[in-house]
Design a protein around this ligand. Structure first.
Ligand SMILES: *Cc1c(COP(=O)(O)O)cnc(C)c1O
Length: 235
């Protein structure tokens, strides 16, 4: 049976993997050190199946209900879920049920509630502290803590029995050069790692700018539209 969507996804996946490999090589890094997280928000579970079939194992979602539904529908697949969206602290325990790596821990309260959920599930959840790379633009609602409170949130994660502090995450500001933002993020990541040596992951870069992120040391890039196609605005 022919599946045009599968062919389209496979074609775009090859292009993205190639761009990742070339930017890693350009800065003397190994392509294997960069994990591709394919962001499937707004796209159906069947697309996740197709991508899993062609070798993708890491998937990102940013809305709780949609993520829960897909995780339940796709329970049979050998894949990991990354939660990359803003978390309301009163719902954080639900994220702990399905996520392997939570990229968007941005308060002590979210860390505490995630830990409670993980503990009840008997799971251990890896966490990144999300930094706000655009302090002048909180209205955009992209979330994240300021550099100054990074250590407070990181310490709360580190102290939580069912969570593991794994590193930091950032989203580059809209309509701005991402290079400066990613350099700042890399500096914060280094500062954190000096205090917490095992926190060595850096999640940065999306479809439009992941090359710049890789050059700043990203270990995880979160790529949606370059593989799945354009989404409705604001998703
Ligand atoms: C949607 C989203 C992405 C992927 O964006 P694309 O531009 O489609 O690659 C990455 N990170 C976060 C936090 C997102 O919400």
């Amino acid at each position: 049976m022919t599946d045009a969507r599968r062919d389209e996804l496979a074609e775009r996946l090859v292009l993205v993997r190639d761009r990742i490999a070339r930017s890693a090589e350009r800065c003397g890094r190994s392509p294997e050190d960069v994990t591709l997280v394919v962001v499937t928000k707004t796209w159906p579970s069947d697309d996740v199946r197709r991508l899993c079939d062609i070798g993708v194992s890491d998937f990102g979602e940013n809305r709780l209900q949609e993520a829960e539904r897909k995780a339940a529908e796709l329970r049979d697949l050998p894949i990991s879920w990354h939660f990359i969206g803003q978390i309301q602290s009163n719902k954080a325990h639900r994220v702990a049920k399905f996520a392997s790596l939570v990229h968007s821990v941005d308060s002590v309260k979210v860390a505490t509630r995630l830990d409670g959920g993980a503990e009840r599930e008997g799971r251990s959840v890896d966490c990144l502290v999300q930094l706000n790379l655009d302090p002048g633009d909180r209205a955009a609602g992209r979330g994240g803590v300021r550099s100054v409170s990074l250590e407070d949130v990181a310490s709360a994660v580190e102290a939580a029995p069912a969570l593991r502090l794994a590193g930091v995450m950032g989203v580059a500001p809209l309509r701005a050069d991402p290079v400066g933002a990613y350099r700042q993020l890399a500096a914060d990541a280094k500062r954190l790692q000096a205090l917490h040596p095992r926190a060595r992951l850096l999640s940065a870069g999306m479809s439009g700018d992941f090359e710049a992120a890789i050059e700043s040391g990203a270990t995880h890039v979160r790529v949606g539209s370059a593989i799945l196609g354009e989404r409705p605005p604001n998703r």
